[in-house]
Design a protein around this ligand. Structure first.
Ligand code: AHG
Ligand code: MN
Ligand code: MN
Length: 347
């Protein structure tokens, strides 16, 4: 079949539904609901300087971080878009203390999927007009359909994801996602309200020139990470590295995926498990990384194989172009794991 030059996301979803052998259209409806919520949040993000939605909302989330008004707004929009349509049976959000069971009008929800979401990533950047994002992750439930979901439906390894993606509310708004058949990126035409396939089959370059890490934490990193930063700073002819760090995982990842690069939020003596949340941030981004030919690790183990113990758990996170991530694993092995089973962060 002849492909239209710019296929819409709606057309793409219908055309690719056949990739799922037992598909009943549920996953397609789910992506459609995310597409809708993304447009609503995008509209609000674009008004951020004009209406009273910048600044803190006055509450703390489960991780003790102060919630921005837009965090709360995005959380509500995504939860409503996914629950009102009874597309899924459960949802967990970075902004909610516990998971939500969606039981249906007569307690008869037969849906198979649960969604885990970081509704607004990089929210400290909203007040200063810097790109933010949304990250989502989809799993098939473990418990039988028709019953309320349990914690076991959410504490699944990242390898079990059936889909994951993000929306970046940037200079243009994009939705990038994968259902396990590569990664595709869609750009929103704001005047039509339509997403178009602008970045088909996105792949990490084997290597790149960008390293992204909060170097302000340098003194607290493990020896391996310190040595790796120094290696990047040497910045020689065959290694023309440059630092880029936005402070929104979605935006940093998106840039590195296109240009080639590495993102690191390692453990430190200040944050023993790093900062990023395994279920809402590391796993979906790791799924996309691997689908795009990259590597995602905690410095030693494959992220997607970590067994989650609790909803809001954190994990050290390194992802990006395969050659660059391999180097970090090498450095960690040589300088941090030499005499111990765990990475020692310096104090
Ligand atoms: P969130 O806004 O969802 O809490 O996530 C913020 C995360 C991530 O997006 C970003 O890469 C990282 O925090 C930045 O942390 P530092 O300010 O410690 O560098
Ligand atoms: Mn986040
Ligand atoms: Mn967030």
């Amino acid at each position: 079949m002849k492909q239209p030059k710019f296929q819409t996301l709606g057309e793409f979803i219908i055309e690719n539904q056949k990739e799922f052998v037992y598909s009943t259209g549920e996953l397609s409806r789910l992506i459609n609901a995310i597409r809708l919520a993304a447009k609503v949040v995008n509209h609000k993000v674009n008004q951020a300087g004009l209406v009273d939605i910048v600044g803190q909302g006055g509450e703390l989330n489960h991780s003790g971080e102060s919630q921005q008004k837009l965090d709360v707004f995005a959380n509500d929009v995504f939860i409503k878009a996914l629950t009102n349509r009874e597309i899924i049976c459960g949802l967990a959000s970075e902004e909610e203390d516990d998971f939500v069971s969606i039981n249906g009008a007569e307690n008869n929800n037969e849906n198979k999927y649960v969604v885990l979401i970081d509704p607004l990533d990089g929210s400290s950047n909203i007040d200063v007009n810097v790109s933010v994002g949304t990250i989502f992750s989809v799993y098939r439930r473990k418990t039988p359909t028709g019953s309320p979901v349990t914690i076991d439906d959410f504490l699944q390894k990242g390898t079990e994801q059936v889909a994951a993606g993000y929306i970046v509310y940037g200079t243009s708004t994009m939705l990038v996602y994968s259902t396990g058949h590569g990664v595709n990126g869609f750009t929103l035409n704001p005047s039509l309200g339509t997403f178009y396939l602008s970045h088909p089959n996105m792949r990490f370059p084997e290597s790149g020139a960008i390293y992204s890490i909060n170097e302000g934490n340098y003194n607290y990193f493990s020896e391996g990470i310190k040595k790796y930063i120094k290696y990047c700073q040497e910045n020689s002819g065959d290694r023309p590295y440059t630092a880029r760090y936005i402070g929104s995982l979605v935006s940093d990842f998106h840039r590195n995926l296109i240009k080639g690069g590495i993102y690191l939020y390692p453990k430190s003596s200040k944050n023993t498990f790093g900062k990023l949340r395994l279920l809402y941030e590391c796993n979906p981004i790791a799924f996309l990384t691997e689908q795009a030919g990259g590597i995602a690790t905690d410095g030693k183990n494959r992220i997607l194989e970590l067994k989650p113990e609790e909803l809001h758990q954190r994990a050290p996170f390194v992802c990006g172009s395969p050659k660059m991530v391999e180097k970090v694993i090498e450095f960690e092995k040589e300088f941090s794991y030499k005499n111990s089973a765990t990475v020692e962060a310096s104090s």
